[in-house]
Design a binder for this molecule. Structure first.
Ligand SMILES: [Zn+2]
Length: 311
């Protein structure tokens, strides 16, 4: 089954790379790059668990093409104080706190001095596993109705029900090898390039939470990170990119200043700091495809294609 999925993914990535070359050769990427390099537009890209080769290629391409990496602090000054940023500003973030980021990403940002923000789900770090990975690894232990497409189905149910279903899937040893440890997070947080933000406690889909539950997720993840790091935590990323607008009030109430979505767009001075867009880079995609993702060309193109084919 896993092999079959791997094969499908392989074919998908080849077709996607061909489409990406079409976008590059048609001039769409060049046009998007020109727009991104305009003053007061911030390019925003986020990663999860990329291999070093892909991450380095993205960073080198941005550097060579005149982009300037900015920190969350600089972005906050731009959004709140209207301080101008250099043309070609780019904000790079990482979701979840994957263990491999330590070997594949951290050495690169140290060497090239790239500011990065990592959004961390605190209970998943404490339990040593990500629920969305555990449900794929342990499909057979799930109730029968969740054994096909478990991740997608679990995104659609109430958070309390999801927590019950996934609670026994965490490793007894407390370490699946997927997330960083608390000690790792402390170590990277001490680097001058790194900012740590919250990604809720349980990597919840916030729209599936009751109001009290949602507030606890937002409040407690911040408190835990602050206790681990002895630093104020003011940034947040919506897990899975889902939100329904209730989050903003709780985020403001508990002292957050910025929240990142996964909407495909640039950041401008008019962007609401609680709905900051980010373009997603795929861990297993080709560099050509990810260049289109980073520059925000990919999603609108695919939407157009889907419309054309009536899907
Ligand atoms: Zn996440």
């Amino acid at each position: 089954m896993l092999e079959e999925n791997k094969f499908k993914r392989f074919i998908r990535n080849i077709l996607a790379a061909l489409l990406a070359y079409y976008l590059i050769l048609s001039g769409a990427v060049k046009k998007a790059k020109k727009q991104c390099l305009e003053q007061d537009k911030v390019l925003s890209a986020f990663f999860h668990d990329p291999p070093e080769k892909l991450f380095t290629a993205c960073i080198l391409w941005l550097k060579k093409n005149g982009f300037v990496f900015i920190s969350t602090e600089q972005l906050l000054d731009f959004l709140y104080q209207k301080k101008s940023l250099p043309a070609g500003a780019v904000w790079i973030t990482f979701d979840d706190g994957w263990n491999r980021n330590l070997s594949q990403v951290i050495p690169v940002i140290k060497e090239m001095d790239v500011p990065l923000t990592f959004f961390i789900p605190t209970a998943e770090i404490e339990k040593g596993a990500f629920w969305f990975n555990q449900v794929i690894k342990h499909k057979k232990r799930l109730p029968p109705e969740f054994r096909t497409r478990p991740f997608e189905k679990l995104l659609e149910i109430k958070n309390t029900e999801r927590l019950k279903i996934v609670q026994d899937l965490y490793p007894e040893s407390g370490d699946s090898g997927d997330p960083m440890s608390i000690a790792d997070i402390r170590e990277i947080a001490a680097l001058p390039q790194v900012t740590i933000g919250s990604h809720t406690v349980n990597h919840v889909v916030t729209v599936n939470c009751e109001p009290g539950e949602l507030e606890q997720e937002i409040k407690n993840s911040k408190a835990t990170l602050e206790q681990w790091l002895g630093k104020e935590i003011i940034s947040f990323a919506y897990p899975n990119g889902d939100y329904d607008g209730r989050e903003k009030l709780f985020l403001q109430k508990h002292g957050y200043k910025i929240a990142a979505t996964i909407e495909n767009n640039y950041i401008t001075a008019d962007t609401d700091p609680f709905f900051v867009p980010r373009n997603c880079v795929l861990d297993d995609g080709s560099f050509a495809e990810n260049l289109c993702h980073m520059l925000g060309v990919w999603t609108p193109f695919i939407e157009k294609l889907k419309k054309f084919f009536g899907r």
